[in-house]
Design a protein around this ligand. Structure first.
Ligand code: URA
Length: 208
């Protein structure tokens, strides 16, 4: 049973304390191949928390979430929906980059984290939620959805709606939507982007 729990400092007072502890997390095997832990960024006073899947290649190098192509698209969609990305706390369900290589020394190819890995990383997300206490959580895609809402989560069934659920022992409001990477892969990119923006507008209205 993998879990980050023994690495999470009890009663951490601020995000920096969490971030420092997370840098040494060995709660699951993903720390072995990744460059570093990519912890959430943003202020403890953020009203909205965005939860993605896991850092990608660029995030693993930079040490910050959503700095690559998916992050650029997400920032654009947030802007169109009227949410200032600078006002959000941005994090991932899984905090290490999981990847394979087609051949040794070749490009690192993103691999979806397993539910076990996402569950193992849950105590970090719980600690972030406890400190930030966001008014709203935007759930970006299936991995974040399953991590927060359970394995029966289906993004197509609940996207663009405001859910009220108890998460890690606290009542939370959540708006699920697709992962920004899925927009980059879609045949109809413009349509997929508009769909993401429409869901984020639901989040913006819930914050108003
Ligand atoms: N995709 C994610 O889910 N998170 C990131 O940080 C980057 C890409």
């Amino acid at each position: 049973q993998y879990t980050a729990a023994p690495f999470v400092p009890e009663g951490a007072r601020d995000l920096d304390a969490l971030r420092q502890a997370a840098a040494g997390c060995r709660g699951c095997p993903l720390h072995r191949d990744a460059t570093r832990t990519v912890f959430g960024t943003g202020g403890a006073d953020a009203r909205v928390m965005l939860v993605g899947e896991q850092p990608g290649d660029q995030e693993d190098r930079a040490g910050r979430p959503f700095v690559g192509p998916a992050g650029k698209l997400l920032d654009r969609a947030l802007g169109e929906a009227g949410i200032d990305p600078g006002d959000a706390y941005v994090t991932n369900a899984v905090k290490h980059f999981k990847f394979t290589r087609a051949e040794p020394g070749k490009r690192r190819i993103h691999k979806a984290p397993s539910l076990r890995e996402a569950t193992a990383c849950g105590p970090w997300l719980a600690a972030e939620l406890a400190l930030v206490e966001p008014e709203l959580i935007v759930v970006l895609g299936a991995t974040a959805g399953k991590a927060l809402l359970g394995s029966s989560f289906r993004v197509g069934e609940v996207r663009g709606t405001v859910l009220e659920r108890e998460i890690h022992g606290r009542p939370e409001r959540l708006v699920p939507t697709v992962h920004p990477s899925s927009v980059l892969r879609a045949d109809d990119r413009e349509g997929a982007f508009e769909g993401l923006v429409a869901d984020l507008k639901v989040a913006a209205r819930a914050l108003a």
